[in-house]
Design a protein around this ligand. Structure first.
Ligand SMILES: O=C(O)CCC(=O)C1=CC=C[C@@H](O)[C@@H]1C(=O)O
Ligand SMILES: [Mg+2]
Length: 327
């Protein structure tokens, strides 16, 4: 006997959270629960506004449709692969948990995300043990201000390395302006700059002209994108929650590895439920690369599965809204 359930959640974000070009007051999505012969598996379906092509309505419609067929034994992996990415990811995680297809082990490491006051970030990073790598958003202010922040962090902490992310906000000229203001002795400690320019050609030209390695993130999820081992491309950021089924994510990671491109598993600002699954996935498939999963600090609560060490309130199943499934 197969049983599928969907639960709607609406988690409040911290005040002032801006992702891409959108302010996000709350994070909405669904938890899918699959039960078969006393075993169960869970997954999270959470398209991210401004980053996912599918809307919340499209996601839940596709999820209810596939799940209705699954309970009748008439759904296929191919149909799931053709579903919107957030649906493919959430349901494939639940299916994987049903048959132990997602290893339970994780180390819950993450590269800290620097948000808010750079001086506070400096103090926080100074206290971190071991190899210091942090992520910093750029492109939201003037190029000179962003470069001053980068210079301050890297000169203040000689053992710090940075992942930067412009979310395709710059023109080539603005990106080059940013690079010109960077302290030359700091450049070697920038692991990569995600998505500097709106146009991929400009991002490649930026990498070639400045020697600053870039990483693809949003571009790699655009229709027609082909990953190549272009000079200057250091990494591919993979957000499984926005990419698709676990099988497709594995294919994507394997393809990048064959091209010699480092892969970094990253959060799509899912709840603690999916983030713990992403940590397991990173430990399994990209164990040598610390993932970018430090997004719980953007939220005001966790969801049914806590992230170890996080002291945000944990919402229980009773705080979720059951969704009526298709007959
Ligand atoms: O990658 C990380 O370290 C954390 C996740 C993260 O930076 C992002 C998540 C979702 C959207 C963006 O704001 C941003 C990104 O573009 O990578
Ligand atoms: Mg990014």
């Amino acid at each position: 006997m197969s049983r599928a359930s969907l639960y709607r959640y609406r988690l409040p974000m911290q005040p002032g959270v801006v992702l891409g070009d959108q302010r996000l007051a709350r994070r909405e999505g669904w938890v899918v629960v699959l039960e078969v012969s006393g075993r169960s598996g869970e997954g999270e379906i959470a398209p991210l506004p401004g980053f996912s092509r599918e809307s919340l309505a499209e996601a839940v419609t596709a999820a209810r449709d596939w799940l209705a067929r699954w309970t009748l034994g008439k759904a296929s992996e191919a149909q799931l692969a053709a579903a919107p990415p957030s649906v493919g990811f959430g349901i494939s995680c639940a299916l994987a948990e049903l048959d132990d297809g997602l290893p339970a082990q994780a180390d819950y490491r993450s590269v800290p995300l620097c948000t808010g006051d750079p001086d506070e970030a400096l103090v926080h990073l100074a206290g971190l043990p071991g190899q210091k790598v942090a992520k910093l958003k750029v492109g939201m202010y003037e190029a000179v201000r962003d470069s001053l922040t980068v210079n301050m962090l890297l000169s203040g902490l000689p053992d710090l390395r940075l992942r930067l992310d412009a979310n395709r906000r710059w023109t080539r000229e603005r990106a080059l302006q940013f690079a010109r203001y960077l302290a030359p002795d700091c450049l070697s400690r920038i692991d990569f700059l995600e998505e500097p320019c709106a146009r991929t050609a400009d991002s490649l030209a930026f990498a070639a002209q400045t020697g600053i390695p870039i990483a693809w993130d949003e571009s790699a999820r655009e229709p027609g994108f082909t990953l190549r081992s272009d000079p200057g491309v250091a990494a591919l950021v993979v957000k499984p929650g926005l990419t698709g089924t676990l099988a497709y994510c594995r294919q994507t990671l394997d393809h990048a590895r064959q091209l010699g491109v480092t892969t970094v598993i990253s959060s799509g600002v899912e709840s603690s439920l999916a983030l713990t699954q992403l940590s397991r996935l990173a430990h399994w498939l990209t164990p040598a690369v610390t993932p970018g999963l430090d997004t719980l600090s953007l939220m005001q609560a966790q969801l049914v599965r806590p992230w170890p060490g996080c002291d945000l309130p944990l919402w229980s199943w009773e705080q979720l809204e059951p969704v009526e499934m298709m007959p």
